[in-house]
Design a protein around this ligand. Structure first.
Ligand SMILES: [Fe+2]
Length: 392
């Protein structure tokens, strides 16, 4: 009897459960947040009929803010959420025009202060693409883990889906991600599969669904983005060189150098994310994209000396390599097929054939990194010393 009462109380008073039947009636995918900058998130909302919604959230100046907005059927619309800084209690409530609560999101904002405490925290996963139940098991592990709860965002290093032009795969992705969507704003690097067309795996130039779900700028030729906090910058690079023409590649390299230069002026610690990795034990390391990254990207990073961590995916093997103090981490596949090591990687410090997620705590002097399996087991951890880098 006690159990029945507990279940009833839990489901009735937990807004995520209390409103669950209405969510499917109203939204094409459960509303979620994109991490745009330290104090700005974008609420992504797509309704399945024309309607007015009331969005209520904690504003920067500690005032509760209400936005009333008309939404068009099947059209992704975004609402700018200016969050409280360094707060543990940001909530976003979505009501219909009769003030029925339809959905609730909560997120935390960790941040770096000059005295190193508290830190900025974030999470990464990769290759969610094929098996949505496997992705879901990683998602469950993330939300069950109390040590990652203060993460400001969750980074997906690409191959979000198997075939980027197949809308139903995106819906499956959001079903797999459902458990963490209510708590962690998302960021994503684009992967080769996000560009892919179903049947014969042809890549195409305009990854319309990736852009719809993960980008907010209107320039379809640029999938790279920089996300700034006061002491931290996340650079999200497009490494799918087989799609980018020479002009686009040239522009992106120029943009990267500019971002690193600005970061240096501001004294920001930089994390770089991209889909392909320059270093791994997988067959991909012999390909032209990895070779290009070793030839062009690595010397840039070593020259600027303000990027202690590079976070990738693609090989479907968890791996961490180190060169000149820079850690090159490849996420294990959250939902992809298992990969195989076939090349000797002498820079390798850790490797695991597991579905993983990694948690990062960025302090002024070091980055604490812990990698978990979908069972919650820690399989790799290290502190990246930042004293050998120059942030100014
Ligand atoms: Fe890939």
């Amino acid at each position: 009897m006690r159990i029945v009462i507990f279940v009833l109380v839990f489901t009735c008073f937990n807004p995520l459960y209390a409103t669950s039947s209405k969510i499917e009636d109203v939204f094409n995918v459960r509303p979620y947040l994109l991490y745009k900058s330290r104090d700005q998130r974008l609420l992504n909302v797509e309704v399945n009929r024309d309607m007015t919604l009331i969005i209520e959230f904690d504003e920067k100046a500690l005032m509760r803010q209400s936005v009333v907005q008309k939404f068009k059927k099947n059209e992704m619309q975004r609402v700018l959420i200016r969050s409280k800084l360094c707060s543990i209690s940001n909530t976003v409530n979505i009501y219909d025009d009769t003030r029925n609560l339809l959905h609730k999101l909560s997120f935390r904002d960790s941040c770096i202060e000059k005295d190193s405490s508290p830190s900025l925290e974030f999470l990464s996963i990769g290759d969610t693409q094929t098996f949505h139940k496997k992705h879901e098991s990683v998602a469950s592990s993330i939300v069950r883990n109390p040590d990652v709860r203060n993460s400001s965002f969750l980074l997906n290093t690409g191959d979000v889906v198997d075939y980027g032009n197949n809308y139903s795969e995106w819906l499956n992705f959001f079903k797999g991600a459902d458990k963490y969507l209510g708590y962690f704003p998302l960021v994503a690097a684009i992967g080769n599969h996000d560009y892919a067309r179903k049947k014969s795996y042809l890549l195409k130039k305009n990854p319309k669904y990736f852009r719809k779900f993960f980008r907010w700028n209107n320039d379809h030729s640029k999938n790279y983005v920089a996300i700034n906090s006061e002491y931290f910058k996340l650079i999200v690079f497009d490494s799918i060189f087989e799609i980018l023409n020479r002009k686009q590649q040239k522009e992106q390299w120029r943009w990267l150098k500019k971002q690193l230069s600005i970061a240096k002026e501001k004294g920001q610690i930089v994390a770089l994310s991209l889909h392909y990795s320059p270093y791994s034990s997988a067959i991909n390391t012999l390909g032209f994209s990895a070779a290009k990254l070793r030839k062009r990207l690595v010397p840039i990073l070593e020259k600027y000396n303000n990027v202690p961590i590079v976070i990738s995916g693609h090989t479907h093997i968890y791996e961490r390599s180190v060169k000149k103090g820079i850690h090159y981490l490849v996420n294990g596949p959250a939902g992809g097929h298992a990969g195989r090591a076939v090349v000797y990687n002498h820079r390798k410090e850790a490797i695991a054939y597991k579905r993983t997620y990694t948690h990062y705590k960025v302090f002024r002097d070091y980055i604490e990194l812990k990698t978990y399996t979908s069972d919650g087991e820690i399989i790799d951890q290290t502190d990246i010393n930042l004293r050998s880098f120059t942030f100014r």
